[in-house]
Design a protein around this ligand. Structure first.
Ligand SMILES: Cc1ncc(COP(=O)(O)O)c(C=O)c1O
Length: 387
């Protein structure tokens, strides 16, 4: 069906809409960085795993990164290539299959390496092994997303690394960013080099993790390319890998919901929607991340002037399943769309069926304006998960 993506009128159920045009623009930019800087950029499934769209990705990139057996299988079976895998802890019951699905396997600790490196090689003789390092420097301010916060469970710090690496370790993996800019990468890189460059002659590759938000409008892409080329010039034998997730799906489409009721208490008016923050936009409550609502102006709690001010509430029984406040230019009516911008990355992989609430459908808006519904969810999806 054809839709007007601007107003989303005529849609009567919740749906995430991925806009192919926007996705391709991100992919083109990422491909340019990879090409000009001579690095490999791979997709982190933790941020985006809508596998029916992988054929589009394959036109621009060749590989992916996994953090679990399920993601590693998805990479091999649906993306068509073995994954670069990192998990904080592999297990006896999954390591062989993970190794089979992976081209690169990165260990979070020396004890995990000791426990599994032989088994991994036995399961996949071609596999390349690496260690996650932690430079103890990250500019991520929200501790929930800061892998270098004191007491971190991620990576090996320089003081714990033997001067001679085990013979079968050929790479380092380092993830310290979250929605970060090129300037943050430049400063962080300085710390990585200060602490770990002594080991670089023993390596073949280095993976600088995710969080490089190169598709954000204010990101200086040419500066990123410059930083990467300079790094290459200093260590020409090192292959560089970046594994962003958000950057691929950044600003590629909304979650479209509809108003189902309007209630009021203590002068606070809440428009209740047929979606839920805790079920369908969990980062909004976790991060917390304030969503942008199309045609709504976010206003401060103390600035409640004007008639059409609403909290937006989810349809779960969680008391805190709401956010506020937004100002509209008219009274919200039952059935009208409320459109949350930029809801493809992370949201689509983190949703749940708490309360049995219907999961929004997933749609792909093709370049010709045709909306293809990739997936609708039914009672069976809810029920089967708890078989
Ligand atoms: C190890 C690792 N790699 C890649 C990513 C993807 O990061 P982003 O989606 O912010 O680019 C993450 C995110 O947490 C991560 O932990």
């Amino acid at each position: 069906m054809k839709i007007d993506i601007q107003t989303c009128r005529g849609i009567d159920r919740p749906i995430y809409i991925l806009e192919e045009n926007r996705l391709r623009n991100n992919l083109k930019l990422i491909q340019r960085v990879a090409w000009e800087a001579d690095v490999e950029i791979i997709l982190a499934f933790k941020a985006y795993a809508l596998w029916k769209t992988f054929p589009i990705f394959r036109e621009y990139i060749h590989s992916t990164t996994a953090s679990s057996l399920a993601e590693a299988r998805l990479g091999l079976e649906e993306f068509g290539s073995k994954t670069h895998t990192f998990s904080p802890a592999y297990t006896d019951y999954e390591i062989d299959e993970i190794a089979h699905c992976s081209s690169h396997l990165q260990f979070n600790s020396l004890s995990q390496y000791e426990r599994y490196h032989v088994r991994a090689k036995r399961a996949n003789a071609e596999i390349r092994l690496g260690l996650r390092i932690n430079p103890k420097y990250s500019e991520v301010e929200t501790n929930l997303y800061n892998p270098c916060a004191p007491g971190t469970r991620f990576g090996i710090t320089a003081d714990k690394l033997p001067s001679r690496l085990p013979d079968d370790v050929e790479g380092f993996h380092c993830h310290c960013h979250c929605e970060s800019g090129d300037d943050v990468f430049e400063r962080t890189l300085q710390h990585i080099e200060d602490k770990f460059a002594a080991w670089f002659p023993q390596l073949k590759w280095i993976n600088f993790g995710g969080g490089h938000l190169m598709t954000r409008a204010d990101y200086d892409v040419d500066h990123l390319i410059y930083i990467l080329k300079e790094f290459r010039a200093r260590y020409p034998w090192l292959k560089i890998i970046l594994e962003p997730g958000s950057a691929f799906a950044w600003q590629t489409g909304p979650l479209v919901s509809q108003v189902v009721d309007v209630v009021e208490d203590h002068g606070i008016r809440t428009a209740i929607l047929n979606v839920s923050f805790t079920c369908h936009m969990p980062d909004c409550l976790e991060m917390p991340y304030f969503p942008v609502v199309r045609f709504g102006k976010h206003i401060d709690v103390n600035d409640q002037s004007g008639p059409f001010i609403y909290r937006l509430g989810g349809n779960s029984c969680l008391s805190g399943d709401f956010m506020g406040y937004w100002k509209f230019d008219h009274a919200l009516e039952v059935g009208e769309p409320v459109i949350f911008e930029d809801m493809l990355h992370y949201t689509t992989v983190k949703t749940n069926t708490f309360n049995g609430i219907s999961h929004p459908a997933i749609g792909l808006l093709h370049k010709n304006g045709e909306l293809e519904v990739l997936r609708e969810y039914t009672y069976e999806d809810y029920k089967n998960r708890m078989d």
